[in-house]
Design a protein around this ligand. Structure first.
Ligand code: NAD
Length: 409
């Protein structure tokens, strides 16, 4: 039976907390947003109201609906005031000690029946819930930024999470108008993990001199059908943020070679080249965040539409983009197929959910399993094996990918 959720608590009124609170209000829930910093609480609650108004102007909902949603919001400073919430999501800063403490306080304030969810992107959910007396009530619920626009939400199951808590959380996600998928508590869950090879393989190709960053980006956009090239994406995320994500994956995964963080990226971070926010990264920006002078992201879109050939692995079509593209795109797709095979083996999620995660979470033109079908496991393994000499374990094919060759021939 799915637990009935009536009153939602949102802990942390920052970027994510305010976005999630807005979705909860629109989903019809009485919503209590909490933040110990009075200015942050006030600003977060104001963002909810603001954004509800914006939605009316964009005809996403009516003025009446916005008003009713705004009327469901209550703002409080103390965790104790979340008493009576039967489902709580925590979106406080990414610090495991802080979150662990908060979860213990939440369990005491809301009682043994309340479901406690964390929006953490990179910490193990199990570690966040380690000090709660009812670990079966603890789940992950990972939203994407900005929550109001990104449809994907990952519902993360620890070894202890009960079916009831997971089902209730999935139902909350649906009522918030999102598309929930189910992931196992494991490094980066599904979406961020499957995005690893897109960035890391591109960084390795850059390090090897296969092509420069703008060429790799163009090959990915035009030949791979990706919305943004990997280096544009890293510039947008911030090289420092992306590097700390890379380091966290590497550590949590037991330092597998294919997740080894890029030395180029570490050097650039040391030099203060952090991407858009610092004015330079892989590209130079006019002023922080305003755009790229060399390869305009949006300005050339119509021209680029005519040049787009992918997603494809056809060497002749790819060569129309750049002579290096027939090497770039298949390497990337082989590594995506490989990561998906490792993730499937570890039962991180279902094939369907993996496809949904990357289409909705990262705007990929195909999901990783669809990319695997495009290249075929046989060709993926062959390509990975051909790249192995001198490069080592970063190219070791997943056992599941090798097994698939037999089942698909
Ligand atoms: P943020 O810094 O914008 O907001 C954090 C808020 O938490 C601040 O308002 C702060 O005052 C408040 N806070 C500090 N201590 C607190 C406490 N003890 N109790 C309650 N609130 C407290 O951060 P954010 O970007 O909204 O991220 C929040 C969480 O969501 C993190 O775990 C992050 O990893 C995760 N996340 C972030 C993104 C993203 O793109 N920003 C995406 C997915 C998940």
């Amino acid at each position: 039976m799915t637990a009935d959720v009536g009153r939602i608590g949102v802990v942390g009124a920052g970027t994510m907390g305010s976005g999630i609170a807005q979705l909860a209000c629109l989903g019809g829930y009485r919503t209590v947003i909490q933040d110990p910093v009075p200015e942050a609480l006030e600003a977060g609650a104001a963002r909810v109201v603001d954004s509800l108004g914006k939605g009316v102007r964009r005809e996403m909902w009516s003025a009446e609906e916005a008003e009713a949603a705004g009327g469901r919001l209550e703002a409080v400073e103390d965790v104790g005031e979340l008493e009576g919430c039967d489902w709580v999501i925590e979106a406080a800063p990414e610090d495991v000690e802080l979150k662990r403490r908060l979860f213990a306080e939440l369990a005491a304030a809301c009682g043994p029946e309340a479901i406690l969810a964390t929006n953490t992107s990179s910490l193990p959910v199990t570690a966040v819930g380690a000090e709660t007396p009812n670990p079966e009530r603890v789940v992950g619920m990972h939203f994407f930024n900005p929550p109001a626009l990104m449809k994907l939400v990952e519902v993360v199951a620890t070894a202890d999470s009960s079916a009831e808590a997971l089902d209730a959380t999935t139902e909350v996600g649906r009522r918030m108008g999102r598309t929930p998928i189910r992931a196992k508590d494991s490094p980066g869950f599904i979406a961020n993990r499957l995005a690893r090879p897109y960035m890391l393989e591109s960084l390795r190709m850059l390090a090897e001199g296969v092509a420069d960053a703008p060429t790799i980006d163009r090959a990915c956009r035009l030949g791979g059908g990706f919305r943004m090239g990997p280096f544009e994406l890293i510039d947008l995320i911030g090289l420092d943020v992306n590097l700390s994500v890379a380091r966290s994956f590497y550590a949590q995964g037991g330092e597998p070679e294919r997740w080894r963080p890029s030395e180029i990226q570490a050097r650039m971070v040391d030099e203060g080249r952090l991407g858009r926010k610092s004015g330079t990264g892989f590209y130079a920006y006019d002023d922080a965040g305003s755009g790229r002078p060399d390869v305009p992201l949006h300005g050339d879109a119509s021209k680029e539409r005519g040049e787009r050939v992918g997603p494809t692995l056809d060497p002749d079509d790819l060569a129309k983009i750049d002579p290096a593209a027939p090497e770039i795109v298949p390497r990337l797709v082989a590594q995506i197929a490989n990561e998906a095979a490792f993730a499937l083996e570890e039962e991180v999620g279902s094939p369907q959910d993996m496809n949904t995660a990357m289409r909705l979470g990262f705007n990929w033109p195909l999901g990783p399993i669809e990319f695997t079908d495009l290249i075929g496991p046989g060709r993926a393994v062959e390509l990975l094996e051909s790249l192995r000499p001198g490069r080592g374990d970063a190219y070791g094919p997943a056992p599941g990918l090798i097994r698939n060759i037999t089942s698909s021939t």
